[in-house]
Ligand binder design. Structure first.
Ligand SMILES: [Cu+2]
Length: 123
């Protein structure tokens, strides 16, 4: 490869990087159970909807109880028919507050992460 082609390629990368839109990341849009909510009984799954489509192999969710123990049943999945949605099955949850941590790689290759709580009431 000659140096002119390399220079042109670098210029193109710089242009793409500096002009990417600010909103083009996968942030959490909403979830079920909702962020900060209290639900009457143990949900069997938690759904997270993002603002952009996800790369399933590099996106995950963990759910833990107050002692830090994982309460998920298997890994999070992304349904190909709903690529901005991540779902993970849950074990049967006792009343208490649970922490959801998510890490997303969007199709634009940007990673984002965050966490929130939800509470299972006494039913
Ligand atoms: Cu992005």
């Amino acid at each position: 490869m000659n140096s002119r082609i390399i220079a042109a390629a670098l210029a193109l990368v710089a242009t793409l990087t500096t002009t990417s839109p600010l909103l083009a990341h996968a942030f959490l849009d909403h979830s079920d159970p909702a962020v900060g909510s209290t639900v009457p009984s143990s949900p069997t799954v938690i759904h997270l909807w993002f603002t952009q489509e996800l790369e399933p192999a590099f996106s995950w969710v963990t759910v833990s109880d107050q002692s830090g123990a994982a309460v998920t049943d298997g890994n999070a999945t992304v349904d190909p028919s709903s690529p901005a949605e991540m779902t993970v099955k849950l074990k049967s949850l006792s009343p208490g507050t649970y922490t959801v941590k998510w890490h997303a790689l969007s199709v634009d290759t940007h990673t984002t992460e965050g966490d929130f709580n939800f509470t299972v009431g006494k039913g």
